[in-house]
Design a protein around this ligand. Structure first.
Ligand code: ZN
Length: 287
């Protein structure tokens, strides 16, 4: 059964580790991430963007699939199903579809409107026993071919949103989505400390966790990050293993073209990557 992310993040914050949040793209991804979490005995957050939800035929399909796969695989570790970067409408669709956690990304809105909508969703989530992630300040990344260097949230705005009673807060500290440019200056630990100072025990979320050096991620966890999002690294691992299989001509040997064989190395590569990340975040054995 899916659970809210609240308890796992409260435990992570108190235990000085972070829970990995891995983006799903299809059934193979779902099986691969759940297998890794179970083998590591780690709490885990499965998340979908709105685009991935659409790709998988809607949020209800995703929620039903995740629940059924968890039953079949006899998953016993805590699992939350979360909407990543949700719009206001997307949040309500996921609440209805059976997600256990949502992110409302009002970072593009004027701060007053972000506050009003976040406040409304805090009340809805409290009633449903769901967790809610809010975002302050945009998190950079590739948009229309332009790669930003990572923006930083205003600690006072972070406090305003944290005080509304959200479960967790995403705040830009120089992190970006996608592949990091070679000249990226690194995470802004000074900004992270200033935010932590203002928001106290609120679990913080590090977006764009793919490609940040492990040591920087570990340091961010010691400074209050309790959820780390990973997306691109799993995609790269899947693509690399699949390419190697095809380039080795294995799809042309015997029944190597069978999708259950063709997709197996990529799926295993996702499991390996997720297990590696769980160990870096320190959530192994914490289920
Ligand atoms: Zn993000």
């Amino acid at each position: 059964m899916l659970v809210s992310a609240k308890e796992m993040l409260t435990n992570a914050k108190a235990g000085h580790y972070a829970v990995g949040a891995f983006n799903l793209n299809n059934m193979e991804w779902t099986k691969a991430v759940l297998k890794a979490a179970q083998e590591e005995n780690a709490p885990v957050i499965l998340q979908t963007s709105e685009g991935a939800g659409k790709y998988m035929c809607g949020f209800k399909t995703v929620a039903d699939m995740v629940n059924d796969i968890m039953d079949t695989m006899k998953i016993t570790v805590p699992v939350a199903l979360h909407l990543d970067h949700g719009t206001y409408d997307g949040c309500y669709k996921c609440i209805e579809a059976g997600y256990s956690s949502i992110m409302f990304d009002g970072s593009a809105l004027p701060i007053e409107e972000n506050i009003a909508k976040t406040k409304e969703l805090v009340a809805v989530c409290a009633e449903k026993g769901m967790s809610l992630e809010a975002e302050v300040g945009a998190i950079g990344g590739e948009e229309d071919g332009v790669v930003g260097m990572g923006e930083c949230a205003d600690p006072d705005e972070c406090k305003k949103i944290a005080d509304l009673g959200v479960t967790m807060l995403a705040a830009g500290i120089g992190n970006i989505h996608g592949v990091y440019p070679a000249n990226w200056p690194g995470l802004r630990f000074d900004v992270l400390e200033a935010i932590k100072e203002k928001v106290g025990d609120m679990p913080l979320v590090l977006h764009g966790g793919s490609g940040i050096p492990d040591e920087m991620v570990k340091k961010a966890i010691t400074l209050g990050v309790s959820k780390v999002n990973v997306n691109t690294e799993c995609q790269l691992a899947f693509a690399k293993a699949t390419r190697e299989y095809v380039e080795a001509g294995k799809d042309q040997q015997g029944k190597g073209f069978d999708p259950r064989k063709l997709l197996a190395p990529g799926t295993q590569a996702i499991t390996d990557m997720v297990k590696y990340k769980i160990e870096v975040f320190g959530s192994n054995g914490k289920a």
